[in-house]
Ligand binder design. Sequence first.
Ligand SMILES: [Zn+2]
Length: 400
Amino acid sequence: MINITNGLVLYGPEMEPIRANILIEDDIIVEISPHASGGCKIDAKGCIVSPSLINSHVHLGDSVVKDIGDGKSIEDIVKPPHGLKHRLLSEADNGDVVASMRSSLLEMLESGTTTLVDFREGGLEGISLIEEAGKGLPIKKIVLGRHDSFLEPFSFPSFSNDSHDPNSDFEDEIRGATLKIIKSADGVGLSGFGEISDEVVQIITETCALKGKISAIHAAEYKEVQKNSLNVTGKTEVERALETGFDLLIHVTSPLNSDLDLLKDKGVSVVCCPRSNGALSVGIPPIKEMWDKGINLLLGTDNLMFNSPNMFREMEYALKVTRGYYKDYFPPVEILKMATVNAGKALHMNTGCIEEGKQADIMVAEQLSRDPVLSLINRTEPKNIITMITDGIQIKNRLL
Ligand SMILES: [Zn+2]
């Protein structure tokens, strides 16, 4: 048993600061009270005890191409299959890719993140690379893979062969490819509607749902993709994503029409990546409007290519750019919840929240100001994290 004593605990789904001890048995929080006793003590005097951070959207593979392509258009940099990133990744040595991903995973752990959701390129081989990169590291990886065939539905011989039923062959091919991916991953993460047909998307999301796996897609990242979607299909990307049954939408930086109401009605969560949107000059996510609507919001650092995976940096940018954009107050705790409580809920994990019965995924950080939430968002650096508990074990920062 572990007992985190004397800390200022950000308790429950509302992250209310209370003085209490936290008793952990195996990897479960069994008691939170000022009187909880016993166990191996970790003295958290002068510290904030918070859920560890969840980075809900990252492309870890880009670790090998950091800060390349600055100033080029978003299509030129990241659009598959010929964007700069994809060309460079296809030429990169697998050993270098694995080493750079491992270094990013360590950076995440040092900056308080113990869970990440990775958009994994490169099919089954890509999935095996992240497994190799994370070997032995106490970090939970939710891997959302994809298959190259998703991008080329019309290249299937069955489509041009009149002697077969094209639809059934085509469907079987896509379903088979999806099953192969989700057998070794937690779900599928798709680049966007611009590169894939709605028929293919429908088969993928249905297959994921059938197997209880996550389906996610970049949607409404910028105005042009939304306009293009409307011109071609008469629907926004958000409408198409909701109709095809995705669990998680990435970005929604440029919602149109009734996009936000539909998201709220369907109860689908959105992962905001404000630093990524800033880096690519595509806008500022409407965090306050989405929050006002009651949409469950998560936070991600997106491409390693142009962002560090440090969630403290993401939280600070998210808070301040939101206030600047709306010229209005936005509560800091709502940003911290995007990186903890809301993500745990959306990803159906028993973490992200410090409460009795939850899995202990906890970060103990020095309190650097009177306001514990702002202390984390505005001031905390990796050096201020004293320790983390995950999966029932204690990780000492800087000894990783
Ligand atoms: Zn992304």
